[in-house]
Each structure stands twice: as structure tokens, then as C-alpha cells.
Write a protein that binds this ligand. Structure first.
Ligand code: GLN
Length: 204
């Protein structure tokens, strides 16, 4: 990846450090995003797992919500995992919570069970996704995708239910790809960043 490509990782709360490590392992420069100006010039953004309700409070305190929404709608690649997926969903239930609606999915927070039900599970992937099959996914108090709109492609399932979806350049995972050895989903995201940058260079 060219040296002027930097991917941001929202770093208010949660496992942002692991995402930055996973990106760096793919040779990508990273920047932690904590203030609006940290979003400037980024080629992509990761919204990590953590606690979505806390993230919403911190986004508000940091006055980061409006610029974040603008970035999410910009068409640049976004990897939204677990709590990040909850932030990006069109609708959040159990309990209801505001969200940014860049992924046409309805999610239930903690829908795969509480901490005691957390663990690593085998996922079936779409053959066209380029992901290994099966893929293993770490679920930690993970959101359950209850409904997927037509605009969203399902790239991986757990027991037949969607757990990895893509809408345009936004990739949403119920699980934690940054904790998976070899980081196949992170690699896929980095390819999306590379492809988007290549198009941008052609247009310029
Ligand atoms: N249960 C958390 C939430 O509701 C998400 C858990 C996670 O990101 N690992 O935000």
C-alpha cells in the first residue's frame, strides 16, 4: 500500500489497539481518531468493538458525531465490527439506541448471548468473498443481525444467520476480525481501501 494511505481507527473506547495492530500487520499506516481533525485525509476507517452506548456518549462529548457520519457517508471504506456494527446499523433494538444507518440491517445488541455465551465459532463464507471457508469468528457479547435489506450482501453466516455484511464500501461484522490469526477480514478491508484509492488516483 502506498505510503500516503492512512486508515483511521476510532479510538474512544474498546479494542482499537488490536485493530491498529491488525492493520499494521498488513503494512497499512494507522491513525487513532479521537477528534474531528483526526478524520482528515484518511483513506478508510475502522469502528472497533467495545460498548456502543459508551461510544455514543464519547462521540457526543468529543463533538465527533457529525464529522463521523459525514465520513461514513463519504463512500470511503469502513470496517465496522461488533459495537461498530451497532453504530452503523439502520435499526438497533434490545435496547433501542440511535445509530447512523449506513448499513441496511436491524441488529439486537447482545443478541448472541451474554459474556458466558461468548467464544469462537465456525462461519460459512460466500464463495465469491475470497474469504477462507470456514472462517473462524470470535463473538463477545455480539450483536445479532435480525434483518438484512436488499442493498446489503451477506458474506458470512453463523448457523445460517448473517454475521458479515457489505453495503457499498461499508463492511460490518458481528464478530472480532482483529482477533483472528492472519486477519482475513482485515485483509479484505485493506483490499477495499487499495481499490478505492486506485480509482481515486485514476479520477484525479
Ligand atoms: N455488547 C456490546 C454493545 O452493545 C458490543 C460488544 C462488542 O463490541 N464486543 O455495544
Amino acid at each position: 500500500m502506498s505510503r500516503d494511505v492512512t486508515v483511521g481507527v476510532l479510538a474512544l473506547q474498546g479494542d482499537f489497539a488490536e485493530h491498529a495492530d491488525a492493520l499494521r500487520a498488513q503494512g497499512v499506516a494507522t491513525r487513532f481518531v479521537r477528534r474531528p481533525r483526526d478524520l482528515e485525509g484518511l483513506s478508510g476507517l475502522v469502528l472497533p468493538g467495545g460498548e456502543s452506548s459508551t461510544m455514543l456518549k464519547l462521540l457526543d462529548i468529543q463533538e465527533l458525531e457529525a464529522p463521523l457520519i459525514a465520513f461514513l457517508r463519504s463512500g470511503k471504506p469502513v470496517l465496522a465490527t461488533c459495537a461498530g456494527l451497532i453504530l452503523c446499523a439502520k435499526k438497533v433494538v434490545a435496547p433501542e439506541q440511535r445509530s447512523y444507518a449506513v448499513l441496511d440491517v436491524e441488529v439486537a445488541r447482545n443478541g448472541w448471548g451474554r459474556q458466558i455465551a461468548s467464544g469462537t465459532f465456525a462461519l460459512r463464507t460466500d464463495a465469491r468473498s475470497g474469504l477462507p471457508n470456514p472462517l473462524s469468528g470470535v463473538f463477545i457479547r455480539a450483536p445479532r443481525i435480525l434483518a438484512v435489506g436488499d442493498a446489503c450482501k451477506v458474506l458470512a453466516t453463523r448457523d445460517g444467520e448473517p454475521v458479515l455484511v457489505r453495503q457499498g464500501n461499508v463492511l460490518g461484522a458481528s464478530f472480532h476480525p482483529e482477533l483472528e490469526s492472519g486477519h482475513p477480514v482485515t485483509r479484505m478491508f485493506v483490499e477495499m481501501v487499495g481499490a478505492t484509492e486506485a480509482k481515486r488516483v485514476v479520477v484525479l
